[in-house]
Design a binder for this molecule. Sequence first.
Ligand code: SAH
Length: 223
Amino acid sequence: MRIDILTVVPELLSSPLNESILKRAQESGHAEIYVHNLRDYTDDKRRTVDDYPFGGEAGMVMKIEPVYRCIEKLKSERQYDEIIFTSPDGIQYNQREANRLSLMNNIIILCGHYKGIDYRIREHLITREISIGDYVLTGGELAACVIADSVVRIIPGAIGDEASALTDCFQDNLLAPPVYTRPSEFNGWKVPDVLLSGNFAEIEKWQEEQAYERTKTLRPDLL
Ligand code: SAH
């Protein structure tokens, strides 16, 4: 899968996209992630990507031309399944949307900044608007990292231990059961006996019960 991220602050993206699973997924060829600096698509000396809003409100607005040029160039090179804009008024992001995106071949994620983006971009070029929650970020870069991370980690083969992604929270509308590791006792705090029993049928049953109980208590809306 290929993800193209368009931004005016590329520095915000480099570390989250180049460590841990995302790094390995790119090294193993499961994912290609490209960051495009919208300033490279300007044509003035000062590489201007923002301008004052019509109507005289406070704050700056991202200009159309650099975004248009960058998206058109990418679209001339390959077909995109989705052109996403990160926005607090978009559909609320969740695991189901991550699963859906992970099946795509090519997506673009456009990060807004400043007061937002000239609305004509959203009207004419964007196919999906995604919010990562009901709060306002400084820019879409962190949201793009959230989307890229959650999508890439579930591409088949991207995680070494594939089963691991499938037992995460939300994959079956249940929260994950508790996990423990050695030592089996610390400070008098013990790991549940069943996990040390070696009886895998019992362990699985316990995990299912725990997942159900935790969901019922913490997130009854999921059931
Ligand atoms: N004035 C805008 C907010 C601008 S914040 C408004 O009130 O809607 C600047 C940029 O950060 C936005 O254009 C968007 O790309 C990004 N952003 C902010 N909050 C976000 C959220 N919850 N989810 C996704 N992107 C967000």
